[in-house]
Design a protein around this ligand. Structure first.
Ligand SMILES: [Zn+2]
Length: 682
C-alpha cells in the first residue's frame, strides 16, 4: 500500500471533469463508493433535519445538489464495468450491488424526505416556479411514490422483502439462462454439416470445440435471440433444425436450469408489489411512468400493428415457399433465414458482405457521422490526444459549437474485447447541469472486431448503422441545456429514449452524407448508384417477419405483466400461456417464432425492460414521423437541425416529452410514416 491519495476522492481537475482514468486503480473504487454513500446519506439527513418548513430551495434544489461524489464515482465505475469489466472489476461490482441497492432504497423510501417533497408538491400552484422547477417537483414526487415512499412501515417492510426476493429470482433467471445456453451449444461431428459457413466461422466453431475438450469437432454457441445468425448460411437442413431447436429449448428442459418456476415467481412477486403500490398489475405500475401512460395504450398499438405484420409475414412465406419448392421443402421456422437470403440475392442482387470496402471506419466516423452533425447542428469534433480514456483503445474528442463555444467531450470505444459486454450503447460519464456547472462527457461503445495491426477497419452496413445510432444518443447527451442533473440528456422515459438515436440513422443513406463518407478504400469511388438504389429498395424486405417476431415478444411481455395478483397466483403452464397469448393477437404462425420465449426472455425477466419491450416500436413512431418532417422541410439544413436540437434534444427530460415533441413537430405524432416504412400501411 502507498499513501498516494485516492484520485476518485480528489476534486475533478481535468478538462470537462473527465475522470483521471490514467491514475485510477481498481482498489480505489471500494473506498470511494463508501465515502460517496456516506456523503450522500449525510446530505439527505441534513435536508430532513432542517427546522425550517420545506421549500423548493431547501428540499428539491438541495436534493439535486446532493450525491455529487457518489454520482461521479458511480458513473466513472459503471462506464468501466460495461466496457472493460475485468475479473477484479466484476468482483467489486458484485460486492457493491447490494450496498448500492440498499442505499437507493434508503433514500427513495426515506419517510421524512418524502414528507418534505410531498409538502412542496401540495403547494405547487402557489410557488411561482418556472416550468422546469415545477416539473422537477412532480418527477421526484412521482418517482418516490412509485418506489413506495408513501407506504406505512408494515407495507414498506413487505416491499423491501419483495424487492429482495425479486433480486434473488432475477439473478437465478440470469444464471439458469447462462448455464443452459452454454450446455445447449450444438456439437457437430463433421465440417460437412456446417457447409455454407465462411472459413472464419468454421475455424471459430473448431476453436470453440477445442476449448471444450472436443478436438476435431465443431461447436456452435447460442445467441440470445431465438433466430441464430448462422441459420442464414447453413445449407444442411438438419443442422439448421438442431440449432433452432436448441435455441428454443433454453431453460425449459426440466433440469436444474429450468426457468419456468422462476419466471412464474417473478411474475407473482411483481404483481404483488404492484398491488401494494395501488396498481392492478405490474404493467399498469410501470406504464404509469412512461409516455404510453397505460397498458391499454400499449395493447391497442400492438394489436393494430400485429394484423398487417402477420399478413405480410404470410406473403413473405409464400415467396420463400416458391424457392423452397425446388428443394422439396415446406418452409419451417429453421428454414426462414436461409431462404430469405436466397430471395434477397435474387430480387435485389444485393450481397451485403461485399459492401465493406466502402465503409472504412475512420472515414465513416469523420466524413459520415461527424459530418452529418456538422451540417445539421454546426458542431465541430476535434480529437484530444492529450486526454485519456479508461482503455488504450478509447479515443477522446472535444465538441465545439459553430460559434466556437465549448460543448463537451465525446469518447469512442469502437472495438470488441473479452472484458466488454455485447451490443452497443451510450452512457454519460459527466451529465450536463446548470445547477452544478457541468458540461457533458459521453461515451459510445461498439463491438467491432479489431483488424490486424496496420490494416484498416472495414465496417458492415449494420455497424455503420450502429455508429450513427449511438452517436444520436451521444448528441442527446451533448446538447443538454437543463438546470437540474435529474433531467440531463438521455434521462427521459424508456419508451422515448431510443427516438433521437433512431432519427440519426436517417442520414446514413442521405445522398449528401453517403457520397461524402462511403468511398472505396482503394479507389475512393463512391458507392455505385445502382447499389444505393437496391439498398433503398430492399428496406421493407422481410419486415413482415422482423416486425412479427418483435411484436410477439412484446406481447408475451405484456401478457405476463398484465396479470393481476390473483391471476398470477394460478399454476400457469408457461408454454400454454405463451401459445394462447400469441393466438389471441394472431402472431401464432409456427414458421415465425417469437424473438424470445419466456424462459430466455432476459430483457424482461432479468434485465430492465419488464412491461417495456414495446418501447422500441413506440419510439419508432416518433422517429418515422420526424424523418418525414425533415424531408418535408428540406432535409439536411442548419435550420432544421437547430429546431430539433433546441426544441427536443436540448430539453432532455426537463418537461413532458410529448409536449416537447408537439413543440418541435407542430402537432402530435402520426403513426402513418411508421406503417409505410415497415410496409404495414395496407
Ligand atoms: Zn439506442
Amino acid at each position: 500500500m502507498t499513501d498516494a491519495p485516492n484520485p476518485l476522492l480528489a476534486p475533478p481537475a481535468l478538462p470537462y471533469d473527465l475522470p483521471p482514468y490514467g491514475s485510477i486503480r481498481p482498489e480505489h473504487y471500494r473506498p470511494a463508493f463508501r465515502a460517496g454513500i456516506a456523503a450522500h446519506r449525510a446530505e439527505v439527513e441534513a435536508i430532513t433535519a432542517q427546522a425550517e418548513p420545506p421549500t423548493f430551495e431547501n428540499t428539491l434544489v438541495a436534493l439535486e445538489s446532493s450525491g455529487e461524489l457518489l454520482g461521479r464515482v458511480s458513473r466513472t465505475f459503471y462506464t468501466v464495468t460495461g466496457a472493460d469489466g475485468t475479473a477484479e472489476i466484476q468482483a467489486i461490482e458484485e460486492e457493491l450491488a447490494p450496498l448500492m441497492a440498499a442505499h437507493r432504497d434508503a433514500v427513495q423510501l426515506d419517510a421524512a424526505l418524502f414528507a418534505r417533497v410531498a409538502a412542496v408538491h401540495a403547494q405547487l400552484d402557489d410557488l411561482g416556479l418556472d416550468a422546469e422547477s415545477r416539473y422537477l417537483v412532480e418527477r421526484h414526487h412521482r418517482e418516490m411514490s412509485l418506489a413506495g415512499a408513501g407506504l406505512d412501515d408494515t407495507q414498506k417492510a413487505r416491499l423491501t422483502d419483495l424487492n429482495q426476493r425479486l433480486s434473488v429470482l432475477t439473478n437465478a433467471f440470469e444464471k439458469n439462462l447462462l448455464a443452459d445456453t452454454n450446455d445447449l451449444a450444438v456439437v457437430f461431428d463433421t465440417a460437412a454439416e456446417l457447409d455454407g459457413l465462411s472459413d472464419g466461422e468454421l475455424s471459430a466453431a473448431a476453436q470453440a470445440a477445442t476449448s471444450r475438450g472436443l478436438d476435431g469437432r465443431y461447436v456452435i454457441t447460442l445467441t440470445l435471440y431465438t433466430g441464430h445468425p448462422l441459420l442464414a448460411s447453413l445449407t444442411n437442413r438438419e443442422s439448421r433444425r438442431r440449432l433452432l431447436q436448441a435455441s428454443r429449448a433454453r431453460a425449459s428442459r426440466g433440469n436444474e436450469n429450468d426457468n419456468r418456476a422462476v419466471l412464474r415467481d417473478i411474475v407473482r412477486v411483481r404483481a404483488e408489489r404492484a398491488a401494494l403500490l395501488g396498481y392492478p398489475s405490474h404493467a399498469a405500475a410501470i406504464l404509469a411512468d412512461q409516455t404510453a401512460g397505460s397498458p391499454h395504450a400499449v395493447h391497442e398499438m400492438l394489436r393494430r400493428l400485429a394484423v398487417p405484420a402477420a399478413a405480410n409475414a404470410r406473403s413473405e412465406q409464400e415467396a420463400l415457399q416458391r424457392i423452397a419448392d425446388a428443394d422439396g421443402i415446406r418452409i419451417d421456422a429453421h428454414d426462414w433465414a436461409f431462404y430469405t437470403e436466397k430471395v434477397r440475392a435474387a430480387e435485389y442482387d444485393l450481397d451485403r458482405a461485399a459492401l465493406r470496402p466502402w465503409f472504412e471506419a475512420e472515414r465513416v466516423l469523420r466524413d459520415g457521422v461527424f459530418f452529418a452533425a456538422g451540417q445539421l447542428y454546426g458542431i465541430r469534433m476535434t480529437e484530444r490526444h492529450d486526454l485519456q480514456g479508461y482503455h488504450p483503445d478509447v479515443r477522446v474528442f472535444e465538441a465545439h459549437n459553430a460559434d466556437g463555444s465549448e460543448l463537451g467531450l465525446f469518447l469512442l470505444d469502437l472495438y470488441t474485447r473479452d472484458t466488454k459486454r455485447g451490443g452497443a450503447w451510450m452512457n454519460a460519464i459527466v451529465t450536463q447541469s446548470e445547477l452544478r456547472g457541468t458540461a457533458p462527457v459521453v461515451v459510445n461503445n461498439l463491438n467491432v472486431n479489431k483488424p490486424a495491426p496496420g490494416t484498416p477497419t472495414l465496417l458492415t452496413l449494420d455497424e455503420v448503422t450502429t455508429l450513427f445510432h449511438e452517436f444520436g444518443h451521444a448528441l442527446h447527451g451533448l446538447f443538454a441545456t437543463v438546470t437540474y442533473p435529474h433531467f440531463a440528456g438521455t434521462a427521459v422515459h424508456r419508451d422515448f429514449v431510443e427516438f433521437p438515436s433512431q432519427v440519426n440513422e436517417m442520414w446514413i443513406l442521405w445522398p449528401e452524407i453517403l457520397t461524402h463518407y462511403a468511398r472505396h478504400i482503394d479507389t475512393d469511388e463512391p458507392l455505385p448508384a445502382d447499389v444505393v438504389e437496391r439498398l433503398h429498395a430492399s428496406e421493407a424486405f422481410n419486415q413482415g417477419f422482423a416486425t412479427s417476431e418483435y411484436l410477439a415478444a412484446s406481447w408475451i411481455d405484456q401478457a405476463w405483466h398484465s396479470l393481476s395478483i390473483d391471476e398470477a397466483a394460478a399454476d400457469i403452464d408457461v408454454a400454454g400461456f405463451e401459445a394462447a397469448a400469441l393466438a389471441d393477437i394472431g402472431l401464432d404462425n409456427p414458421a415465425v417464432p417469437t424473438r424470445y420465449s419466456s424462459t430466455y426472455f432476459a430483457h424482461v425477466f432479468s434485465g430492465g425492460y419488464s412491461a417495456g419491450y414495446y418501447s422500441y416500436i413506440w419510439s419508432e413512431v416518433l422517429d418515422a414521423d420526424t424523418v418525414e418532417w425533415f424531408r418535408e422541410n428540406g432535409g439536411l439544413t442548419r435550420a432544421n437541425g437547430d429546431r430539433f436540437r433546441n426544441r427536443l434534444l436540448g430539453v432532455g427530460g426537463s418537461g413532458d416529452p410529448l409536449a416537447a415533441y408537439r413543440d418541435f413537430r407542430g402537432r402530435d405524432a402520426d403513426i402513418q410514416p411508421l406503417l409505410e416504412r415497415r410496409g404495414l400501411a395496407g
